[in-house]
Design a protein around this ligand. Sequence first.
Ligand SMILES: *[C@@H]1O[C@H](CO)[C@@H](O)[C@H](O)[C@H]1NC(C)=O
Ligand SMILES: *[C@@H]1O[C@H](CO)[C@@H](O)[C@H](O)[C@H]1NC(C)=O
Length: 284
Amino acid sequence: MAASESKYSLVGDSESRDSDSESGTFLPRSSYQTGPRRRVWPWILHVISFLISASLFVAAAANYHRSLGPAGFDEPGYTQEYSKAVESVGLRHSWQYYGEFAQPSPWRGQPNADVDAAWENITHAGVFSITREQMERLNKLHNTSVMLPPESGGGYMASLEATHQMHCVDMLRKFSYREYYADKSAPFSDPDKLRTHMDHCIEMLRQVIMCSADLHIITYDWVAHVDTPWPDFSVSRQCRNYDSIMDWIHQRTAMTSAPKGLIIRPEGAAVKHVEPVEYVHEGF
Ligand SMILES: *[C@@H]1O[C@H](CO)[C@@H](O)[C@H](O)[C@H]1NC(C)=O
Ligand SMILES: *[C@@H]1O[C@H](CO)[C@@H](O)[C@H](O)[C@H]1NC(C)=O
């Protein structure tokens, strides 16, 4: 364990560091080294620290199981990092970004039917059902919470952050090709609504980036024909399997992201106050 940690710790020379920490961390060197009888102290301290870590581990494991709670708590989007779903669906695998400036991709370039299909594939925001207990634990159970009709599985209407964020990236992409989308995508027909929608997306993505503050490292190389350092954006990292998350959504989808016609505010429902709704589009 110590060896594999030190490999990544940038401290170097794990051998000497280990022997230093044995003698140096708990006791002054002089008292430790005065005779064989004193050497029993490090062992006692080891046993005590082992017992402390073991009990912390047990407490953490108990907490982990509590956080899963009753049935249905193993969904991604619910207490993200601690959920079982993150183990199964959100498992991370090694990946290297395609960071070249002109790297082709199915999602890149002049819009056409293929590019749109590729984006549709990763932005499809399926709505699924979560339980009342999950709503409570999210601290989001209000008398205004939307419930799914029984024929769609009942429970409370929910969707995943990832697909909303991807939708925002797609909106920025479409905005950058807005001549093409002017007559193809509803929000692009009304400049005021479009402005608000775009500013919302920029604000969301700003918060997403500030919140996760990615600390992976970008390195630099010299490259031909350029006399300033050239960044290497092909960063290696551990990534979630987005495909399997999309599969997870598809398996649970109660309805698509356009609930109009499928779910309508009931007569007399309590309503939550939201800031100016005149810019809100139908079905986004
Ligand atoms: C959509 O995603 C699936 C699975 O990830 C893939 O097999 C399919 O080719 C994709 N379709 C498009 C149009 O990108
Ligand atoms: C809904 O809850 C709010 C407080 O959160 C309360 O002011 C309101 O009267 C409630 N409305 C109904 C219809 O129960």
